[in-house]
Design a protein around this ligand. Structure first.
Ligand code: DHB
Length: 316
């Protein structure tokens, strides 16, 4: 079955994209994600300057998901061109070796975070120069002071940073939204008003865990963001709410482990999906597995394309 999708002009061989933050900091690791079937690869979030991130522990596995507070560790934009170039070259070589046609492509979506519109503009321009195929604006990291959700919970700021990125670059701009708001629709609307080509819903859910023997919060940062199976219904609801009100393309993310989970997001209105934590649960080749599961499910249910199920829940 042909699972290729076109999301805001970005052509993907399948709708299963690797989410930001896992195995995606170096060019080689991004090539590895493409090799195991990702339809597109999102980079680790990159800012203007190198950052060490929060102190350990930064990740803890809980019963129904994963809690993390990395603290936006990254090498900084000046040193990142090499990684984008290596990713693009490696992926082109890999596709050629696999006998894929000349139009075959696994886009690199550069995730960027800044403190204000000016920083987003600089990062957007640099990433485009490096050869990124699209941008994902991180306005949703739940625990980095001055960044992420501090912008992404304010519709005025979301619109401003989106406009800035759009003016600085010609490539498609996606805005990754936080679920940690009362209503995600006005935030998605602010991204659309700022000229976003699409939105990505959702980032992690703000959370914490405590060691009851010592009374100590477990994460070095005390609080963090929750991902994995527990957050899927939250993500599906956010995608559905946005799709009900807005025409903007949506990439669904949050708790997708299997092809069936991806189908649920697509039925809520998503054009494509991202997988992050499932790498941990099902291995690196979860992208190939999930794409195959989507195809098998569609065939078993006598659907001929993803278009037939996209947003079906909105009409029922
Ligand atoms: C981090 C966490 C996020 O949820 C995010 O969007 C970006 C960065 C982090 O802890 O590094």
């Amino acid at each position: 079955m042909n699972l290729s999708v076109n999301v805001a002009g970005l052509k993907l061989r399948n709708p299963v994209i690797s989410a930001s933050g896992i195995l995606d900091e170096t060019g080689d690791s991004m090539v590895a994600l493409a090799r195991v079937g990702a339809g597109a690869v999102v980079t680790k979030s990159i800012g203007l300057k190198a950052r060490e991130g929060h102190k350990n522990p930064t990740v803890v596995e809980l019963e129904h998901g994963v809690l993390n507070a990395m603290g936006l560790p990254n090498p900084g934009i000046d040193d990142y061109g090499e990684e984008i170039r290596a990713a693009k070259e490696g992926i082109t070589r890999m596709l050629k070796g696999a006998g894929a046609g000349s139009g075959a492509h696994v886009p690199i979506i550069a995730s960027i975070f800044g403190a204000d519109a000016q920083e987003f503009a600089v990062l957007a321009k640099r990433m485009q120069e490096y050869g990124a195929d699209a941008l994902e604006l991180n306005v949703s990291c739940p625990h980095a002071k001055g960044y992420g959700a501090q912008i992404g919970t304010d519709p005025v700021l979301v619109s401003e940073v989106t406009k800035a990125a759009k003016s600085a670059a010609r490539i498609p701009v996606f805005v990754k939204l936080t679920p940690n708001v009362n209503n995600i629709v006005p935030i998605a609307g602010a991204a659309a008003d700022g000229g976003a080509d699409g939105v990505v819903a959702i980032n992690t859910v703000k959370a914490m865990t405590i060691d009851i023997e010592t009374g100590m919060p477990i994460l070095g940062n005390r609080t963090g963001g929750y991902s994995g199976p527990a957050v899927k219904p939250i993500g599906v609801r956010c995608v559905y709410d946005i799709a009900k009100e807005l025409k903007i393309p949506i990439i669904g993310v949050g708790g997708i482990m299997t092809g069936k989970d991806a189908i649920e997001y697509i039925m809520a209105g998503a054009s494509a999906v991202q997988i992050g934590s499932a790498i941990y649960y099902r291995g690196n080749d979860v992208f190939r597995k999930a794409a195959k599961e989507i195809g098998n499910w569609l065939t078993a249910h006598r659907y001929e394309s993803l278009d037939e199920i996209r947003g079906i829940a909105l009409r029922r």
